[in-house]
Write a protein that binds this ligand. Sequence first.
Ligand code: DHB
Ligand code: MG
Length: 234
Amino acid sequence: MSESEPSMPANLYPAAEEWQAVDRYFTSTLVGEDDALITARASGAETSMPNAEVAANQGAFLGLLAQIVGARRVLEFGTLAGYSTIWFARSVGEDGRVVTLELEADNAVIAETNFRTAAVADRIDTIVGPAAESAARLIDEGTEPFDLVFIDADKPSNSVYLAAAIELTRSGAVIVIDNVVRNGAVADADSTDPRVQGVRQVVNDLASNPELDATALQTVGEKGWDGLIIARRR
Ligand code: DHB
Ligand code: MG
């Protein structure tokens, strides 16, 4: 990921100790993060965007959402170490498919090792290169429609990814966009951060598209103050 973004500190946003304690509580009680996921999370530190993977309880949420949707085919923009990819791969089941798009070949190598460790490599296609180009190729190939799309890559390209997601999904499909609050910066129309403007642009796209119902939720936790958009194709 991270095509033209200023670099971020490893710990992306400050997270209050209380928020972290609550994440630890729910993750230790409700979320079964096994050795493969723990290893995948740890290997995130070796990627070009250290520690950007979703929290364990967020990964579990994404996995549950895929199951609630009955998703058999999931498309992900932004693989990094493949942490969320593994949650999706487990949710789609043996006959399901996850296609994950990653800019950096070195990240993809790390992710594919994690997919083998998690015993889900056979249901994941990792496509290396600029995600906009990879998605355009999937559209050209007339690939089978996806049931759920997770957009979690370079934020300035959110709009491009949403447009591709619309082309690549069926009616009723769910589209989730990560990191849409950015420590509250999203509410600043004058922000000069291209990542914030990337979020605001995709919010405009969603708001003006009558084919999509959408909402956004703020989250706090070990990832600090952030949030996600959930949209559904009519
Ligand atoms: C950024 C990207 C992410 O996917 C994330 O979870 C947090 C931050 C970023 O581009 O800054
Ligand atoms: Mg993210």
